[in-house]
Design a protein around this ligand. Structure first.
Ligand SMILES: [Zn+2]
Length: 262
């Protein structure tokens, strides 16, 4: 962990962390820029040099959606260059491989990675909870025990909670009156009571709000037993709520293929 002097006027340090690979971009012929959500250092971008030359042991580990253990070189405090470099990488679990032949799960993983990136607008701001949620969602998606669309919606609901704008489900979004209210208003912040209901509120099926509640709480027996129309309505409300709070729409969300085999 000793500082490594460099010629660029600041000190680069080697440090270790584990991370989820969110995105990989080409940089020239053989290098890649890897967007990582790390456990302890928040989101950061790092250069992986010579990935093509050493494809067998290095590049293959730095594919999207993988959980990797890294040694990085850079300034953890953010002094100097914003771009760190990857000096070592070990695979913990390469979930991306399992999505390559499964388009619905691939699109769900893409939406998870894009959401994680969008919810961390500032680099190197640690968010352990978001890291755990993102890793857990990719792991669950790879395990295939639950429908991919449900895993995605559970992730989006909990990720929104880390950002402080989860939809109200068990109380009125406006006045806080507890209970399961029938109307849902995205601009108002979720479920709304009859007194607070703004014009144009949706009236989802009671089972839809029950599913949203189960996904938020991680009540998988209830979520797994839900019917397709209920899942579709729930996804629509979750997506609308997410888009309302994000400046720009997610690119990957409309592409999510929700035809389920499980
Ligand atoms: Zn109210």
């Amino acid at each position: 962990m000793a500082p490594v002097p460099t010629g660029s006027g600041y000190r680069r340090q080697l440090y270790r962390d584990d991370a989820v690979v969110l995105r990989v971009q080409k940089l020239g012929e053989s290098d890649r820029i890897i967007t990582l959500l790390t456990r302890h250092h928040g989101r950061l971008r790092a250069v992986a040099r010579g990935v093509r030359r050493t494809m067998s042991r290095f590049g293959a580990r730095l594919e999207p959606f993988g959980h990797v253990d890294l040694q990085l070189a850079g300034s953890p405090e953010g002094v100097g260059s914003s771009l760190h470099s990857v000096s070592q990488v070990e695979a913990v679990a390469l979930y991306g491989k399992q999505f390559l032949t499964d388009y619905p799960r691939y699109t769900a993983a893409s939406a998870i990675a894009e959401t994680a990136e969008r919810l961390t607008p500032v680099e190197r701001e640690p968010s352990l909870r978001l890291f755990q949620l993102t890793l857990g969602a990719l792991k669950a998606l790879a395990a295939g025990e639950h429908a991919g669309g449900l895993v995605l919606d559970a992730y989006l609901l909990r990720a929104m909670a880390t950002a402080g704008w989860a939809p109200a489900i068990a109380e009125c979004a406006v006045c806080g009156t507890p209970g399961r209210h029938a109307a849902f208003s995205v601009p108002a912040g979720g479920a709304v009571c009859p007194d607070c209901r703004p014009p144009g509120s949706a009236h989802p099926a009671p089972a839809t709000l029950a599913l949203m509640s189960a996904l938020t709480a991680g009540d998988w027996p209830v979520a797994d037993a839900s019917e397709s129309p209920v899942r579709r309505e729930c996804s629509g409300l979750v997506a609308a709520h997410l888009q309302w709070h994000m400046e720009r729409a997610l690119r990957s969300l409309p592409l999510v293929d929700r035809r389920e085999t499980s």
